[in-house]
Structures are given as C-alpha cells and as structure tokens.
Design a protein around this ligand. Structure first.
Ligand code: SF4
Length: 167
C-alpha cells in the first residue's frame, strides 16, 4: 500500500504544477503582505489543506518539503524522517513499522528520478522540522521565512554522486 493518491505517480507533472504555483504565489506577495500573513493564512489554508491532503496525504507540518522529496510527504513515514530512510526497510520495500505500507522513502526516491526540475534535490540535507509551525500554512510560512519572522529552512545543498540516475 502506498500513501497518497494515484496522481503522485505523475511526479513530473506535479513538480511543474508546483513551480507554476510557487511563481504565482510569490508574485502575489504584495497582496498577502497587504492583507497581513495571519489573515492571508486564514484565506489560503483551507484550499492548501484540501489539495495537499487529497493528493499527498499531507500531515500539515507547516514546513513543506514536497519538491525536495519526490513530491512525497515524508511526514507519512511512521518515524517522520525527513532526510531519508531509517535503514529498517524490509526486503520487499515495505516499512518496518507498518508492514502493509511501502517505505515512504522508497516512493520518494523512485519519484525523484522521474523529476527533471527538482529530483536531484532529494540528496540535500533538510534542517530539523520546526514543530512550532505544525498546523500552519506552509505557503504562508515560506513568506514568513523571507521576511525573517521564521528561520530559513532551505536545505543544505549537496552534490549528487551519481548524476546518471537523473539523465
Ligand atoms: S506541508 Fe508538511 S506534512 Fe504537508 S505535504 Fe508538505 S511536507 Fe507533508
């Protein structure tokens, strides 16, 4: 059993959609900051939750890393690991905690290699999740990082050892 929806089997389309949505959202920052980020969050969050829950089984961590992790939500890992698998993945690719579930990180890797835009970023090192953000809008939190309200959560960039995987 995989977490999330069948749409995630088309990560190339999803990463393009993400890129487009990010551009539009950031382009409207004047509007969001004019309204205030708290008010904007109230307007945006219901739609964000609906879309991300249906498509990605989002857990509302408020610090989204989807495009770094093969458009696969790492918070569905029972251990909520955000930097790769624990090492306990079964030989059939299933989770050691939830036997019926495929390892989230196996799915994340398989999808990443199909993503020409962001796929390689799966090797980057994610900073620790800031639990204060849980339940908040990850989109608005992106702006809160830009204005300094929240600490920057851009992952540390690493070079990919085997570039052929993505070619
Ligand atoms: S906001 Fe957090 S919990 Fe939701 S999809 Fe993104 S990484 Fe997963």
């Amino acid at each position: 059993m995989k977490k999330g929806s069948w749409i995630q089997n088309y990560p190339k389309g999803l990463e393009r959609l993400y890129k487009f949505a990010e551009r539009v959202f950031l382009g409207l920052d004047g509007l969001w900051s004019g309204l205030g980020y708290d008010m904007s969050e109230k307007l945006i969050k219901p739609a964000e939750d609906l879309f991300k829950t249906v498509v990605f089984e989002c857990n509302e961590c408020g610090q989204c890393v989807l495009h770094y992790t093969g458009m696969t939500c790492p918070m569905n890992c029972p251990k909520q690991l955000r930097n790769g698998p624990c090492g306990g993945t079964r030989v059939n690719g299933h989770c050691e905690v939830e036997e019926d579930m495929e390892c989230v990180w196996l799915n994340a890797f398989e999808r990443s290699v199909k993503m020409p835009l962001y796929g390689e970023e799966i090797v980057n090192i994610e900073p620790m999740h800031n639990w204060i953000r849980e339940g908040e809008s990850a989109w608005i939190n992106m702006l809160r990082e830009k204005d300094g309200t929240y600490q920057d959560s851009t992952p540390e960039k690493l070079e990919l050892a085997d570039r052929e995987l993505w070619e």
